[in-house]
Ligand binder design. Sequence first.
Ligand code: DGP
Length: 113
Amino acid sequence: MKDDCIFCKIIKKESPSNIVYEDSNVFAFRDIQPQAKHHILVIPKKHIPTITDIESNDVYGQIFSAIKKIAKQEGMEKGGYRVCINNGPDAGQTVFHVHFHVIGGEKISDKMA
Ligand code: DGP
């Protein structure tokens, strides 16, 4: 945990969030600026700044297992959804605690950039 990280504060419930899912390694909550009907941020509980800093592939397994459950829970399984990561400042990463955007619940733009 990093004291000045907003997502660490959200995990610790020191800052409020709309929680969608939680297990021992993964936390998920609704994005404050949704880009579609459903826009959920799925994050490792461990503070890792960027995907470049991920040292164990276990993190990806834990995250994608959670995403699969969340998609079912949110009713996005059938229609599909987008999973994206902004990695680093050029890609628009603004919060330096790894987060996977899960976006769907409606037809979304096919533009990736
Ligand atoms: P990115 O640009 O990929 O780093 O995305 C950061 C996302 O995090 C952005 O879509 C807005 C969201 N966000 C930032 N601060 C908060 C917060 O305090 N609460 C919630 N729910 N979302 C936040």
